[in-house]
Design a protein around this ligand. Structure first.
Ligand SMILES: *Cc1c(COP(=O)(O)O)cnc(C)c1O
Length: 428
């Protein structure tokens, strides 16, 4: 596979962009590789500057649930841009978007748009502190909530990929207000509330952690969190930036029948453009400026082009059989990968829910960050490279979730399964 143009671009990029990338995981650092530079994308396929084609399982790291450049979104955006790129005034499409979110997610009475998931979580914890008048936030190790100072404590995603779970530049005084606990550990949560109960503003979590591999709540962990926060007057914040609209119309909260106080959204909601949102109970959301004392703003928040892309994507999800198609494709991939694992005698752990999946290069059961970190990077590297050589793009890190889009075909999936089987054989 010739990647000389990508390599030249990476060299040029590294001279003028830190690490040559605008988000760390893109640098392929963990897999000792050179990233390919994408020139165009359509459906489930990426084409790089050298003309190589890849079946994509990253989907822009989550947003591209309908595949890349869906005709409907491209047409809607093309129409919207003829009326201007943004005005800094309220627009009809923002109201349409908010009404759609409120209709889909019963826990949300009111919602405020942002331009990224990071802004959504940052604003949500400020709101929780403003509403409760309390200072501590509980988060879980391996849950990534964007690069918010006080949430970059034991974070996942790019923070893991760089081998630095925390970040320089976050003062101890900020980190001291964040209590990081192991996911699925009720006893640790109980002890934190026993020690600090009346000072805890909120628990924030990815209800299905998907930024350090992908794992799930056990033994009614989510129900436990709902109960203990309610008893102590703390808020429960579901960060569904990854899972929202990805796993169905009302996210993990719908699957488990839990009503969080605040929900953070992003990724799929933007249809590929920069969008985030946070919403929740009306009495909480009414604390946000201009109604209340919690300041929150954004020059580009609710941008009409971004709203148009996002809303068009949500309507497609609503009006087509996308979710059942994603489940069927996911099941087909799962069946194929499990068979490939059995055939090659690999004991690795495989997790999937709907169109999200993770192959952990460990035989251990994975229920938290510590388990996920037992995945072998040494085995993942040659696996990743073999797949890429075969035109299949999995995440350049063993600690990321894979995404299927509704534009993947059954033959894409079958090609992928065959490539996975060959890659597994090549690592022995
Ligand atoms: C991606 C992600 C974020 C951050 O969103 P950005 O748009 O990258 O700022 C926050 N929380 C979760 C769960 C995410 O997956």
């Amino acid at each position: 596979m010739n990647t000389s143009l990508s390599q030249q671009l990476f060299t040029r990029g590294k001279a003028v962009i830190p690490g040559g990338v605008n988000s760390p995981v893109r640098a392929f650092k963990l897999v000792d590789g050179t990233p390919f530079f994408v020139r165009s994308a359509k459906g489930a396929h990426l084409r790089d500057e050298d003309g190589n084609d890849y079946i994509d399982y990253i989907g822009t790291w989550g947003p591209a649930i309908l595949g890349h450049a869906p005709d409907k979104i491209i047409a809607a955006v093309g129409d919207a841009i003829t009326r201007g790129l943004g005005y800094g005034t309220p627009t009809a499409v923002e109201v349409d978007m908010a009404e759609t979110i409120v209709r889909w997610i019963p826990s949300i009475d009111k919602v405020r748009m942002t331009s990224s998931g990071t802004e959504a979580t940052m604003s949500a914890i400020r709101l929780a502190r403003g509403y409760t008048g309390r200072k501590y936030i509980i988060k879980f190790e391996g849950c990534y909530h964007g690069h918010v100072d006080s949430l970059l404590v034991s974070a996942g995603s790019g923070a893991l990929t760089c081998g630095k779970p925390d970040s320089a530049g976050v003062p101890d005084a900020f980190a001291a207000l964040t209590i990081a606990l192991p996911y699925n550990d009720k006893e640790a949560v109980r002890q934190a509330f026993a020690a600090h109960g009346s000072d805890i503003a909120a628990i924030i979590l990815e209800p299905y952690p998907a930024n350090a591999g992908l794992y799930f709540p056990k033994d009614n962990f989510l129900e436990y969190l709902r109960d203990i926060t309610a008893r102590h007057g703390a808020l429960l914040i579901f960060d569904e930036v990854m899972t929202g609209f990805r796993l169905g119309k009302d996210g993990v909260q719908g699957i488990h029948g839990i009503t969080p106080d605040i929900t953070c959204l992003g990724k799929v909601i933007g249809g590929g453009l920069p969008v985030g949102a946070f919403g929740g109970r009306a009495d909480i959301m009414d604390c946000v400026s201009p109604l209340g004392p919690v300041y929150q703003a954004g020059t580009l928040s609710g941008n009409p082009i971004a709203m148009t892309a996002g809303l068009t994507q949500l309507r497609e999800l609503e009006n087509t059989d996308a979710y059942s198609r994603l489940e069927n494709l996911g099941a087909r991939l799962e069946e194929g990968i499990r068979k490939a694992l059995a055939d090659t005698g690999n004991p690795f752990t495989f997790h999937r829910t709907g169109s999200m999946f993770c192959l952990f290069f460990t035989a251990k059961e994975v229920n938290n960050l510590q388990d996920a970190m037992t995945a072998s990077l040494e085995q993942y590297r040659p696996f990743f490279r073999s797949l890429l050589e075969q035109g299949v793009y999995f995440a350049p890190s063993p600690y990321e979730t894979g995404f299927i889009s509704a534009a993947h075909t059954e033959s894409d999936i079958d090609h992928t399964v065959a490539a996975v089987a060959r890659a597994l054989k090549s690592i022995g």
